[in-house]
Design a protein. Sequence first.
Length: 202
Amino acid sequence: MLYRDRANDALQLIHLALEGARDVIGPRARAMLHTREAWAYAAQGRTAGFHRATAKAAEDLAGAGTDSDEPYWIAYFDEAELAGVTGGRLLDLARTDPRRHAAEAAEAAEAAEAIRTALSSRGAEAGRSHALDRIGLAECQFLTGDLQAAATETGLAVQAARGTQSGRVRTQLGQLYPYTVGHSASRPVREARDSIRDLLSS
């Protein structure tokens, strides 16, 4: 539902999951669900709801132990994943209303900080997540107006994207591309634009 831009439906499903599984899931799985709740709120532009759900996710994750009885598939959800997801959703909020330039820049800067935490915690071996983090950080730099840093991060994003076959990574790169348009005077941005085009056309 979130990938199909149906945030209302996603939020209903998440609340059903949280309520229905309240007595049987552990803190790590609950934290993951709260990040999806935050994602839905961000997609709706509901900043207070986003921060509230993100705080719940952080609180639940802090209570997750290493010897938990939680299922194997939730083991991936750690502090780095929380930081990466939070950064991506802050980026969603920064995109919500392009007229709010000051707020947009502040949210993008906050998103960049969270994404850098994720990058430093999990590294390039994270593959798809690493590539998405790089793309998100590049977009943050465009939103804050730092074209040189944006071009550099775009180059790193394309490099990371070459190491994965993820369709979502390619979709996110396609969404980054428009940020590189309209800056023809900047050679680094032109080169970044060309690198995205080359990868997406390959």
